[in-house]
Design a protein around this ligand. Sequence first.
Ligand code: 6LW
Length: 501
Amino acid sequence: MLPGFNPDPSVCRVGDDYYLVTSSFVWFPGIPVYHSKDLVNWELIGHGITRSSQADFTGLKDKDGIWAVTIRHHDGLFYLITTCSGCGGNFYITAKDPAGPWSDPVWLKDAPGIDPSLFWDTDGKCYYTGNTWDFKKSWPGQCAIWGQELDLSQKKLVGERKILTYGHANNASYTESPHLYKIKDKYLLLTAEGGTDTYHSVTAHHSETVMGTYTSDKINPVLSHRQLGKEYPIQAVGHADIVQTQNGDWWGVALGKRLVGKETPLSRETFLCKVAFEEGTPVFNPGYGRVLNEQERPNLSWTPVKPVLGRDDFEGKVLGLKWYFIRTPKENNYEFSKGSLMLKLKPETADSLVSPSLIIQKIKHHNFSAITKLNFSTKKGNEQAGIILYRNSESYYMLLKEKAGIVLIKKDNGKKEIVAKMPHTGSDVYLGVVADGLKLSFSAGSSENSMQPVGGVQDINVLSDSPVNKFNGTGVGMYATANSAKSSNGAAFDWFEYKTL
Ligand code: 6LW
């Protein structure tokens, strides 16, 4: 439904409009906010974190930054509540318009753990739920879901803190991602269990009163693919949120990973499932009990969104919403100049934990091409600019123009190497990459029709999930660096085109 880097989805409805958010880690701006009328066609309308004064991702590890977010709407105000891992813990921000601007954070310093969520009871009280592992464990991986009233006028947690569940079984691990709902006067608590990989799942818990006692649903886990084996084409399904349509139907969103061979190159993506309630039990995709590759549509009027253009010609003065920096840029690292996007060469590199001159968009397809026309010349051996496929500071490919020609560089699980070089003269160059499932081919040339392969076929597993490639996803875009030196040089990208093949 939302392909590419879109983990930990949360959804809410306001009238006939649906809003969805996903995790963003150290990508900036943080917290993408999507809008839809039909739960199928989603448009990126803004971001929750757009200012360094809200949260600063400088120096953070790749897997830190913005973790799972919950979106809710109450009394005319939208709320995003999340964890800034390594950068301050749990906080919420608010906005009248979900496209932004969003407020400065309200930090909840005494809220331990991750995955905060908000729930308003019918008496108007607001409750925080979250996870914690900060207690003496009775089994490995044991986590707790806790709840407490949140006083929004005092902007702090008040009253007694209660443990709501440790999960549905006496060996439940990584119980997290709680969301509370009141349905027909009963409280439903959905959580994730098993960790965000093979054993991921969604479990349901029921109570007569908001702070418990919660009892495990009879069919738990209500959604998982762990029983389908490690070769099932959609893996790691879990971390769900549900929403009731204006027609009374229920739908759920959850994360999952699509396999290509044994790899999951697009990492965690968002999937949609039908939900039916049977005596209070949420049944995900009745008759299937799993996330499907093709899904019946919600009974909502089909509302396609404006297609996001494949080619950016950079004739305007504003970067489209789809473009991201890695970590919070400290200064403007680009400008629009004569119909090009000019990236300034900075000392920071793609290996840095400080924002480099790197602008990427999410890869959304298993088969795609990306190509750019670059004007760049240098007399210095340290200066480079070109195209990058970036998973994180430990894993990427880049095809760069440098003083003596073109170079293809790979960083695989922290090991950086030059894969191939190709001579090139002239300051204009076309640089491209084609992905065909697990295979990547890079090429370069003086015109679009004369591009020659650079290096042999490369393996996309460099960018796929692995012990160092966790949580976030992969992007493709433009990059320029002076490799630790200062520079006044710039790299002019005339256009950049991403398309599915
Ligand atoms: C997130 C947790 C999880 O906070 O992974 O899928 C963590 N589940 O709920 C990071 O995305």
